[in-house]
Write a protein that binds this ligand. Structure first.
Ligand code: HEM
Length: 264
């Protein structure tokens, strides 16, 4: 929440029942497609990490997955096939919606501004019980933490996809060092995204204050109350846009009336 402001009860009630669109359908579908892909890739990917010397995955999990898929070869085939579908759909999505969705989303929702930088300085301190008297600056459609996570997801997905493609098509690649480096880089990028994902899923699905954000990932909407309390900068911009629109409609109405009276 950005700052505590006094809002009279009647206004609160109105805000709670007024809905504001936050996500479009393309965004929602891409998000849940991504979740489905991670749900298939992570358990199978971890089971491929065969060496008990690494000690990352319990042997029981590896045995279970190999039995489910009928052997390591099938497991690997399933993993890279899902990976290829994931990359193909994401690439298709980005190319198809490049001008309509991708560019506006990046321009309007992803850049960090001075308020975000201040938020990133204050929020971590508040999380460890310091700087309690400091106010958090108002946030846009996404808060600065969410924006940072988006960068992490983009860099992570690109790295995972690229190294995955190198490993899948290793026979076509003449540089053995590139294939050898791909596995640790692939694995580290997954680790980075998963570390952020733990916080992301906790904030999205468990944290009570963010309940509305979770449902917005299905309905596309949040209440004006939630928007004003958590994303004040976005909320007030929306209000300004609505007022500009109202002014334009009124001005057009007045001009039309004036034209009609002149014609009479
Ligand atoms: C069960 C798992 C997940 C849950 C419950 C979840 C929940 C959410 C919620 C509630 C939001 C909206 C935040 C807001 O509007 O303020 C969101 C956005 C986002 N999530 Fe997830 N998420 C999950 C998995 C993932 C995964 C696997 C990724 C990618 C690695 C991901 C990446 C993103 C990104 C980049 C956004 C911001 C862009 C957008 O709105 O589409 N999420 N998520």
């Amino acid at each position: 929440m950005s700052h505590a402001e006094f809002i009279p009860l009647a206004e609160r009630k109105r805000l709670r029942v007024t809905e504001i669109k936050k996500h479009n359908l393309a965004n929602i579908l891409t998000h849940w497609f991504n979740v489905a892909m991670w749900a298939l890739l992570l358990p199978t990917g971890l089971a491929i990490l065969a060496s008990p010397r690494l000690g990352i995955v319990p042997e029981l999990w590896q045995t279970l997955m190999r039995n489910v898929f009928g052997g390591t070869a099938n497991l690997i085939e399933f993993h890279y096939s899902v990976g290829l579908v994931w990359m193909a759909v994401l690439t298709f999505n980005i190319l198809l919606g490049f001008r309509k969705y991708f560019i506006p989303f990046t321009r309007e929702r992803m850049f960090l501004d001075a308020d975000d930088i201040e938020w990133l300085k204050v929020k971590p301190l508040q999380m460890i019980g310091l700087a309690k008297a400091k106010r958090l600056p108002p946030q846009d459609v996404y808060n600065a933490g969410q924006k940072l996570y988006m960068y992490m997801v983009i860099v992570g997905t690109l790295t995972i996809g690229l190294t995955g493609l190198i490993m899948t098509f290793h026979k076509l690649i003449p540089w053995p060092w590139l294939i050898q480096w791909s596995l640790p880089i692939h694995f580290s990028a997954v680790g980075m995204v998963v570390a952020g994902l733990i916080i992301h899923v906790y904030m999205g699905a468990v944290f009570p204050e963010e309940k509305e954000a979770f449902f917005s990932m299905f309905t596309g909407k949040v209440s004006a109350w939630y928007a004003r309390r958590h994303h004040a900068k976005w909320y007030w911009r929306k209000m300004e846009e609505e007022m500009d629109w109202e002014d334009r409609v009124l001005a057009e109405g007045r001009a039309l009336k004036a034209d009609e009276s002149a014609a009479d």
